[in-house]
Design a protein around this ligand. Structure first.
Ligand code: GDP
Length: 455
């Protein structure tokens, strides 16, 4: 290594405890890969391993990344985003190089030798959060965008990234602070009792706040379903077309379709997209009486899958006599598909409420999609923004609602305002933890540890 370069690297290393680097694209072979460097010496680190080529902010620069001996490791395009106008709020350099496993590893190694250190998973986003570029719900939404498995999940994630949830939480925090501020006046002047009219107004404000937070909490089911998919059990008698339905929705022959009854003895699972939602379909063994021990075990699993499902799609063969009713699964929404509608309908099904469907022709698919959307997206579809909270937000909202109820009780009972204030502070803390305004190290660690490397 030429001496001046070695010295320069050593100097940068000393200054660059806080400059991080990582591959931002998945490891593997592809046309391009992006490496990201962030920190006060990001620019110097990249310049050091590219022979001192000056980087101009927001200008793509074609350059060579060289090893310590000066050999070219790769030709890359570097873009500098100078602080604070960058993703992390620090100086960031993005290096687009060729997308090979080895070339990326060598370029990263070179960046590390020139003074950066390897980033922890989620560290870029954590820095963005800590530098005020986004709040915690927006940071979480980045991972939701990446993990989105359906169009509606993507829309909800983008809305959250755009600040839709933050805005709702901020409005609630403002209202809560307003109530707390009014109470403080009485804490400062203990000789004055809270006027009944004032107490009534505060109670009304708290009730309204609770209704808003309750509505937000009610989006948790939608949130779970959008993030994890709708656990859907396909049930029905043997030979009605359950496996055919799974194959039709999956778009390929996932399950064995056979005219022989009892072919599906175990449960078969598949993720499919229907109407912009993700369904985790389970094709179960046919539900009927059977002496075969293996089939009986299969049916037992069907019952378990049905009981644990978010949605049951019951398939019936409309060309055949109506079979005995299938078991009820309390509390699980159920859609009845009258399959094989390409064949003449058996009179038993006249006037039946089910959805006419054919796995053979695909008839009824749109109607099925609309029915599923109707069951699971009733709030989201018409709204301008789709807010659907995650499990962490749900927990915080429950805490906030409990504290608000206590605050209301305390105010109604005429307890000292200091006591009511304690409950209001509890609610403020719980709400603040959603956006990260009130943050604790363990919450941040938990959130950012779920991120992938380079994010
Ligand atoms: P399962 O036992 O309920 O999973 O039923 P399968 O999917 O294995 O289908 C049983 C038989 O019905 C197979 O021969 C399929 O080709 C046939 N089948 C399935 N759906 C339809 C349909 O919509 N129309 C017609 N005509 N036949 C179908």
């Amino acid at each position: 290594m030429p001496l001046h370069t070695a010295k320069r690297c050593a100097m940068i290393k000393l200054m660059a405890q806080d400059t991080i680097a990582a591959l931002a694209t998945p490891p593997g072979n592809g046309a391009l890969a992006v490496l990201r460097v962030s920190g006060s010496t990001a620019r110097a680190v990249v310049e050091a391993c590219t022979g001192g080529r000056r980087l101009e902010p927001r200008r793509a620069t074609l350059l060579r990344v060289r090893d310590a001996a000066g050999h070219t490791l790769d030709t890359a395009v570097a873009t500098l985003f100078a602080a604070p106008a960058s993703f992390t709020g620090e100086d960031v350099v993005e290096l687009s190089c060729h997308g090979g496993m080895l070339v990326c590893a060598r370029v990263l190694e070179r960046l590390l030798n020139c003074g950066a250190r390897p980033a922890e998973p989620g560290e870029f986003s954590r820095r963005a959060f800590e530098n005020g570029k986004m709040d915690l719900t927006q940071a979480e939404a980045i991972m939701d965008v990446i993990a989105a498995g359906s169009d509606w999940a993507l829309r909800a994630a983008q809305d959250q990234l755009g600040g839709a949830l933050s805005a709702r939480v901020r409005a609630a925090l403002d209202s809560l602070l307003d109530v707390a501020a009014q109470l403080v006046a009485y804490i400062d002047f203990p000789e004055e009792d809270i006027e009944p009219a004032t107490a009534e107004a505060l109670l009304a404000q708290l009730r309204e706040l609770r209704a808003d937070l309750g509505a937000l909490l009610a989006t948790a089911t939608e949130g779970r379903i959008l993030r994890g998919g709708i656990a859907t059990a396909i049930i029905g008698a043997p030979n009605v077309g359950k496996s055919s339905l799974l194959n039709l929705l999956a778009g390929y022959e996932r399950a064995i379709v056979s005219p022989r009854a009892g072919t599906t003895r175990d449960t078969v699972e598949e993720r499919v997209l229907l109407g912009g939602l993700c369904l985790r379909l389970t094709d179960t063994a046919g539900l009927h009486e059977s002496a075969d021990a293996l089939e009986r075990e299969g049916m037992e699993r069907s019952r378990r899958a049905g009981a644990a499902a978010d949605l049951i799609i019951e398939v019936a063969d409309s060309s055949q006599p109506r079979p005995a009713p299938l078991p009820a699964f309390a509390g699980v929404p159920r859609l009845l598909l009258l399959n094989k509608c390409d064949l003449p309908t058996h009179p038993d099904w006249a006037g039946s409420e089910g959805l006419r469907f054919s796995c053979r022709t695909g008839a009824g698919r749109e109607e099925l999609a609309a029915a599923v959307r109707g069951l699971f997206l009733h709030r989201g579809e018409s709204a301008d923004t789709l807010v659907a909270v995650n499990a962490r937000h749900r927990y915080a909202l429950q805490q906030a609602l409990e504290e608000l109820s206590r605050a209301e009780e305390s105010l109604r009972a005429g307890e000292p305002p200091e006591l009511t204030d304690v409950f209001l502070r509890g609610a403020l803390d719980a709400l603040g933890s959603i956006t990260g305004q009130v943050d604790t190290e363990d919450v941040l660690d938990r959130v950012f540890s779920t991120f992938c490397l380079g994010k």
